[in-house]
Design a protein around this ligand. Structure first.
Ligand SMILES: Nc1ncnc2c1ncn2[C@@H]1O[C@H](COP(=O)(O)OP(=O)(O)OP(=O)(O)O)[C@@H](O)[C@H]1O
Ligand SMILES: [Mg+2]
Length: 267
């Protein structure tokens, strides 16, 4: 008698990413996925900040960044000499008005911060880490009565569209009114490994991490944003997502078109 066995389907990590990428064509639509998540989490605000990745002109640039500048048509060879893995800055003044500094300002990080319900360890594992999670489909209204904008459970792949590295800092309160904080970190390049199967790709969770309050402190330093920082502090909950190694060229012109990027929500 021949043996008959149940054989499970397996999903390649690449497929999961493709589904997400099909859903978000541009960096702007990727950001709007994150803003929608903040709305669904009953946030009173969502602040999107696109900030310089470097606060100085680095003496060395990784080859990846040198190549990006070339792709963006910014002629890094005028200021850097490319060796194997690194490009080295030629002697220069490097003050903040120098051409080198202007070149480096093209590297940015994207931070999306809200004062929504946040995510604790369970929510990260059961909702955020489960692709295609149907929690919003089952519960289409938020606690505050908002009709939730999300349902497909793939919006978080917007993060991958925006940049290669992501840290999510969150603060939430449990049923006993205790505050839980955490930082979730992923490197999307792990999904690119040849033959990688989805459940072999991991992210990390650090419980008790201070990342969310640090993000709120940096918002408080911007005078026009102080009241938002206070709201998040009073609620003791929210999420701040920090994306680095961004994939797009956020030129000064593009940034102007993307403004205003700060939203206050009404219910
Ligand atoms: N800013 C946030 N605050 C609190 N929870 C969040 C936040 N962003 C995401 N989540 C949680 O993570 C889950 C996954 O988000 P994701 O955007 O991938 O899917 P979705 O919003 O359910 O559906 P869609 O793919 O249509 O956007 C959400 O359902 C929600 O539970
Ligand atoms: Mg969503």
């Amino acid at each position: 008698m021949n043996s008959v066995q149940e054989v499970p389907f397996r999903v390649s990590a690449r497929t999961a990413r493709l589904i997400g990428r099909e859903n978000v064509a541009t960096a702007e639509s990727a950001i709007s996925e994150l803003v929608k998540n903040s709305y669904d989490a009953d946030a009173s605000f969502c602040i999107v900040r696109i900030s310089p990745a470097y606060d100085h002109v680095p003496a060395q640039l990784p080859k990846r960044e040198y190549d990006l500048l070339t792709d963006w048509g910014l002629a890094p060879e005028n200021h850097y000499d490319l060796n194997d893995d690194f490009a080295t800055l030629r002697p220069c003044l490097g003050d903040k008005h120098s051409p080198e500094a202007k070149l480096i300002q093209n590297f940015v990080t994207v931070t999306v911060t809200d004062d929504g319900s946040g995510m604790g360890d369970d929510a990260i594992r059961d909702a955020w880490m489960v692709i295609g999670t149907a929690n919003k489909e089952q519960d289409s209204s938020s606690k505050m009565g908002r009709t939730r904008t999300g349902a497909k459970g793939i919006g978080r792949f917007a993060l991958d569209r925006l940049g290669a590295k992501c840290q999510l800092h969150s603060s939430s309160t449990d049923e006993n009114d205790r505050t839980e904080t955490l930082t979730w970190t992923v490197d999307w390049s792990k999904f690119e490994k040849d033959g990688a199967v989805l459940d072999e790709v991991t992210a990390t969770i650090e419980l008790g991490a201070p990342g969310f309050s640090n993000a709120i402190e940096s918002i408080r330093k911007v005078p026009s944003l102080e009241s938002f920082a206070k709201s998040a502090e009073d609620k003791r909950s929210g999420t701040s997502i920090h994306i680095s190694e961004v994939r797009d060229h956020w030129s000064p012109e593009r940034l102007c078109c993307t403004n205003p990027i700060m939203r206050g929500f009404t219910t």
